[in-house]
Design a binder for this molecule. Sequence first.
Ligand code: HEM
Length: 415
Amino acid sequence: MTAMGKVRGYNAGAMLLHWAIALAIILQIAGGFAMMHTQIIPDALRFTTFQWHKTIGLLVLALTLARIAWRLLNPPPAHAPMSRVESGLAHLVHFLFYLLMLAVPLAGWLVVSVSPTAIPTLLAMSPDLPWPHLPLPAAWKGEGVSDLAGTMHAVLAYSTLGLLVLHVAGAIKHSAIDREPSFSRMMPLGRLPRQSTAFLAVPLAAGLAVAFFGGGLAAGRLGPESTSLAVNAAPGESAPAATGASAWTIDKTASSIRYEVAFSGNPIGGTLGRWDAAIAFDPAKPTEGSAKVTVDAASIDVEDAFVKSNVPGPDGFDVAAHPTVTLSVDRFEAAANGFVGHGTMNVKDKIVPLYLPFIFTESDGRAHVTASVVLDRLVLGLGLQNDSTAQWLGKDVTVKLDLFATRAGAASPQS
Ligand code: HEM
């Protein structure tokens, strides 16, 4: 005999949270598997997929907190009569689900918090929504704990699939074999009477989810991982002024030094904020010239929130130990399309040869120099720890110089 008359369905809040969490978890498992083990996701979208995986995973954690609060105030309605073994199994499966709904996202959060790549978590990829790493001892950071956490995250995530199979199999058995309402208890359709709602659960569940995100975002803004972290201003070593008839005074307001690099399949730009240049150059006697550009490493910025926080750090320009980057040209020569400067570039402890083709034009004592040079960031020791295979961040960095100068001693048209 069926117990249809006595069985109640879940209320609207329970159904909403149940289906939102279920869909998000299925999406997360499918997406997690695809991004880790397949080539389905194009390289240009892989980084983005990772970042959305983190955001949706944290959303699951917040919704799980809300679901637990909801359940405490709205205990599940009694189900149709079943054997003690079946009932015990159903309770065990539900309990393990809650455990995994907390443990899987927490393990994922642990992975990114201890990862040596130090990629920040930005909710919905927005620079305005930085999410903190878990506050863990510094000794935990590194490949050892990160790999362990990754394995834990994967094993727990795939275990959720196992539970899902048991969960759905139980529901099918009750519906199809026992002919008792089971699926319909969690479905917004049908004529089952619904469990009444304890409305105090609404502010409690919503408050918990909001407190989780609000607290996290507040900590993300204040914490050391914040991407809005101001770059320390280290005093740049000034380039000694060039002297002589061929010396030039750079018009810094009109000039710029920018760079471009590919990140996750798209070009991103960056600027060199504070720099100085001493240039001695006579287009009629190029071989007698020389130039030195000194850049305040702390002023090197990038227009991407994910890369930004790593630029001044030890894996970037390591500004605390190496406050300046220098480009030195000790010889110019004429070339087919202009001139070439030969010299060296010094980034951190690396000194590499520099070959700098440029175009020089002059009118009324005002010179305009444009140059574009491609540098290999791996050779310069930049981002080796984060991405030594250039999977996300391209290895070629194109630096573009656009300089305006007046002959030293001549009045600048800008002054
Ligand atoms: C319910 C929520 C989540 C589910 C179901 C889930 C599921 C998965 C799955 C199936 C994988 C692939 C594992 C593998 O085959 O190696 C994965 C990887 C990953 N997940 Fe999640 N995830 C969740 C939440 C999160 C959260 C909240 C974060 C971070 C804030 C996160 C970060 C990661 C990372 C970084 C990886 C790559 C792990 C590695 O490099 O070993 N996940 N996730």
